[in-house]
Design a protein around this ligand. Structure first.
Ligand code: FES
Length: 320
């Protein structure tokens, strides 16, 4: 077994909303689980060959348990369906220690936006901001009330009056007016958003239209639409440390080509959203395809996510 993996027992399985299951994990061979910060996720080894990332949604001050919630999505790669169909109370599963690519900063004012199952890290942030006694407002949008998770938990929390709920099938006055909410926020506000890519893009666009600088806008995509690779060509990757050159075929990712040549790269989502496979680029022109780097970071052309990004130049030189 990978020494970094932890064994945890599924202590509770709950229905959090229509098509959303909640799982609570307790340690099996430790007294406490590794501490985590708001925005962190864990890898769950759902079944053989299926490893998926889910954000932790319990209070980050808790180290006796982890909690996640998973939306059943038959259109996805199969991980969420396996969680719903195969993970039961009492079962022991392997997970990674928490990692955080969506860290909550310290700001005078914070706006939290959650779309659908994107509520998981955002709820964790609401808990953390409450514990810090920091000013925040949370907006949570769902298709309908029966698809909104954790309503009872939020209603019973000490931050209940900071949460605004918006349903697609609700009355017009309940709809989320992003331009208004973002436009009226104090000038030093930072925002955090998680949800479907269309929701995140809408929040990012509203912030850009309101003149917000990119450093005040923090987001985490939890999945990416499949890339259109039909027009991709092949290219070469040179490894600066070993001097070797590896060909990346048109139907291969850089990650696949590196792995096929025995180069081990840490990965997690393999969709360009988690940042795990970030690799330093020393020369060549990257064709960025990820949802992780900011526009400024992409323009700097000095790093890339090898699980999805490619090359615009015949050769890329990587610091490997
Ligand atoms: S493995 Fe997640 S961005 Fe590459």
């Amino acid at each position: 077994m990978d020494s970094k993996l932890l064994s945890v027992k599924i202590a509770r399985r709950t229905k959090e909303a229509l098509d959303i299951v909640g799982l609570e994990f307790l340690p099996t061979d430790l007294d406490l689980l590794p501490a985590f910060t708001a925005g962190a996720h864990i890898d769950i080894h759902v079944k053989s060959g299926v490893v998926r990332q889910y954000s932790l949604c319990n209070d980050p001050s808790e180290t006796n348990r982890y909690q996640i919630a998973v939306l059943r999505d038959p259109q996805s790669r199969g991980g969420s369906v396996a969680v719903h169909d195969e993970l039961q109370e009492g079962q022991v599963v392997q997970i990674s220690a928490p990692r955080n690519h969506f860290e909550l900063g310290n700001h005078t004012h914070t706006l939290l936006f959650a779309g659908g199952i994107g509520v998981t890290p955002i709820l964790c942030m609401a808990e953390a901001l409450t514990a810090r006694d920091s000013d925040f407002t949370m907006h949570y949008g769902a298709r309908s009330m029966d698809r909104a998770a954790f309503l009872n938990r939020m209603a019973g929390s000490s931050f209940a009056d900071r949460v605004h709920l918006h349903y697609d099938n609700g009355p017009q006055e309940q709809k989320l007016d992003l331009a208004k909410v973002i436009g009226e926020a104090p000038a030093d506000t930072h925002l955090y958003v998680c949800g479907p890519s269309g929701f995140i893009d809408a929040v990012k666009n509203a912030a850009a239209n309101a003149g917000w600088t990119a450093d005040r806008v923090h987001y985490e995509y939890f999945g990416a639409a499949p890339l259109d690779t039909s027009n991709d060509g092949s290219f070469e990757v040179k490894l600066a440390r070993t001097g070797s050159t590896i060909r990346v075929e048109n139907d291969q990712t850089v990650l696949q080509a590196l792995t096929a040549n025995g180069i081990k790269i840490e990965t997690s989502c393999e969709q360009g959203v988690c940042g795990c496979c970030l690799t330093t680029v020393l020369a060549g022109q990257v064709d960025h395809r990820d949802h992780y780097l900011t526009d400024e970071e992409k323009a700097a052309n000095d790093q890339m996510l090898v699980c999805c990004s490619r090359s615009k130049s015949p050769t890329l030189v990587l610091d490997l």
